[in-house]
Write a new protein. Structure first.
Length: 503
């Protein structure tokens, strides 16, 4: 049963929430807080709105629900902008989402939550430039693939300290199985709603992840490990990572995973309502500079075609060429076609989980991953063609998943111009080591698209979009010792991609 207005008023009268003073105080309150153990986060920004998020440990309070006070102040002068109360309930595992509207464009704010005299850490957030406004540059971090069991998320220490407008996460925010034992994970494999909630709470205890969420607004899409390895619309592929489960139980498992994702991510109310039916796709226009489509390549895909080996790799067969096959679902494909290009921006891009460019897993034969774009070549061509036509020659793609830095170009068939592709390495998930690196370097076919590849390092990509160029700094992880740039990739408008290796 949901929380009623009477519940909210009763909880407030009992002293569950203290009316906040909402005066801007020092941002140095970063000590662990037992009331707000997961810190704070903001996300899904537009020019005039943003979502604020926190999580209350209801079990520690021995409460099923409690009212939480929140404050939002303008960073420049500390003036109160909005405040209020919201209910944290066990229906959503103590997670609180505040959709704040009627904000000023391109403005920084600070926010926090209060409960029983305890204040959360203070978060910083920022709205986007309004559509059509002149924007000289825009900065965002591109992140992907973090596994708590592998070790600390050191790269987020750098992200937190950077001067960014946004953090974009391309998926694999959690891993449903640990696969490592550097840090203990109490869930051998997430299957139930309780399992997935436990993982999100655990991941949010990482100090660097908390800092990055508190420092910047985020936008997120999902990939496979938020649910189970290599999942799709009505299937998932068997793997050595997962225990066998009856396929009949998959819809319930997927629904549980998606509910936990919605609860623990700073997503707008509209997206939270529609996510199970329509996925995580979204669209943003950033002034007159950059238009981005965020796509869901998991929830609506057809099952893989062609025979797979034990590693879920396949050799192309005739069935994979069927033009009716889709990775995004035909409804989402139509949405992308109808949406991209409306921003009238200097750059147009897509945010999607993985690599567009063909990526053979062996240097001696064409053998691809069954759940990658290589299993959906017609759908890839359609999306690339749409992006190329909408961008007027300045097309960009941003992805993750492959646990490697990749920078290169992809040329859609029957289209004019190349699409510049930036793929970020993992935050900390292993990348395969020197053997994989050597195999990639030795395969001449890969370099038809690639200009840079390195799977041996962990980190993130910092993207700077300017009117006449886009830069990608490929950064290796170092939480406090300064940023180490592996390479800088530059795409000038109307000119070829350039790569400058830094070491």
């Amino acid at each position: 049963m949901g929380i009623t207005r009477r519940d909210l008023l009763t909880s407030a009268l009992m002293g569950a929430a203290v009316s906040p003073g909402c005066s801007l105080v020092s941002t140095g309150n970063v000590r662990p807080n037992p009331v707000f153990p997961s810190g704070v986060a903001s996300g899904d920004p537009t020019a005039h709105s943003v979502v604020l998020w926190t999580h209350v440990d209801l079990a520690a309070l021995e409460r099923r629900s409690v009212a939480v006070a929140w404050c939002l102040v303008r960073e420049s002068d500390g003036a109160l902008v909005q405040s209020g109360n919201a209910m944290a309930s066990d229906e959503h595992d103590g997670c609180v989402h505040i959709d704040v509207n009627d904000l000023d464009a391109r403005t920084r704010y600070r926010y926090w939550f209060e409960l029983n005299g305890r204040r959360s850490r203070i978060g910083r957030t920022k709205t986007l430039p309004a559509k059509g406004d002149p924007v000289a540059e825009f900065h965002f971090a591109l992140a992907s693939c973090q596994n708590f069991a592998v070790g600390e998320f050191a790269a987020y220490g750098q992200i937190a300290s950077d001067d960014l407008d946004l953090v974009i996460h391309c998926g694999d925010y959690i891993y449903e199985t640990p696969g490592a034992k550097v840090r203990d994970v109490p869930v051998p494999e997430a299957v139930t709603l309780a399992d997935y909630r436990t993982l999100y709470r655990l991941y949010r205890t990482d100090q660097y992840l908390q800092e990055a969420h508190a420092a910047h607004p985020w936008m997120l899409i999902w990939d496979d490990h938020e649910v189970v390895n290599d999942w799709g619309r009505d299937h998932y592929l068997p793997s050595r990572y997962n225990a066998p489960q009856p396929i009949e139980t998959f819809p319930e498992r997927k629904a549980a995973a998606q509910q936990a994702f919605v609860e623990y991510m700073p997503l707008s109310a509209e997206k939270r309502r529609r996510i199970a039916e329509h996925g995580v796709h979204d669209h943003r226009v950033i002034g007159d500079l950059l238009e981005l489509a965020f796509v869901d390549s998991r929830q609506f895909r057809d099952p893989p075609a062609c025979e797979m080996d034990a590693n879920n790799h396949f050799v192309p067969c005739e069935a994979v060429l069927d033009p009716r096959r889709t990775m995004l679902g035909h409804q989402q494909e139509r949405w992308i076609t109808d949406t991209l290009g409306r921003g009238d921006c200097r750059w147009t891009g897509v945010i999607q989980p993985t690599l567009f460019a063909p990526n053979s897993m062996r240097p001696d034969e064409l053998r691809y991953e069954a759940d990658a774009w290589d299993n959906y070549p017609a759908a890839r061509d359609r999306l690339l063609g749409t992006l190329s036509e909408a961008s007027r020659g300045n097309a960009l793609s941003f992805g993750g998943n492959i646990h490697a830095f990749f920078a290169g170009v992809v040329k859609p068939p029957n289209s004019i111009g190349e699409i510049t592709e930036f793929v970020t390495t993992s935050i900390n998930a292993p990348g395969g080591g020197q053997e994989r690196y050597d195999a990639f370097q030795a395969d001449d076919r890969r370099w038809n698209e690639a200009r840079f590849f390195d799977n041996r390092v962990r980190g993130f990509t910092r993207i700077t979009v300017e009117g006449t160029s886009v830069h990608g700094d490929l950064l290796t992880d170092s939480p406090r010792g300064g940023q180490k740039v592996l390479a800088r990739v530059t795409r000038p408008s109307g000119s070829p991609l350039r790569v400058k290796k830094m070491y």
